[in-house]
Design a protein around this ligand. Sequence first.
Ligand code: MG
Length: 168
Amino acid sequence: MSLSPIPRGVYSSIYSISPKALADRGVRLVLADLDNTLAPYKVTQPSPELVAWKEALSANGIALFLLSNSRKPGRAQSFAEKLGIPCQGHSGKPKKAGYLKAMERMGARPEETVMVGDQIFTDTLGANNAGVTPLLVQPIRLAGNPGRYIRYGLETPFRLLGKRRPFL
Ligand SMILES: [Mg+2]
């Protein structure tokens, strides 16, 4: 466990993360962020591509789990239901409690778990906090909110460091 904001690799999207490569590294659980990671903001329906990725994970013995910070029940839960995966809202990333609770629910240890997310200061930091391997993906789309560009700028040094130490 550490307070590091450095991810283990930066991937162009979740589709650059190979389920087979994860399985070969002993991964059994993928915790995933929703917005800008699994789907663009506001999208309510999983894409066929996402369904196929989830099925490929499953075929490799890996469970996908939606770890959301959303305080409102609704979109995250219903997105997860449509995708056929478990979901936990109010996860409080970057605190580690939400990660630990999700792993306990899924019966997985930190060493066999990765977190896939687009934000350093929530997804990555929280994963390192909980002893989970953080995989950073490029946000699907930054447009729509100036705050996202500012945050992305602040994240840049950690992205560069993360690129040098890929997990896969
Ligand atoms: Mg996100």
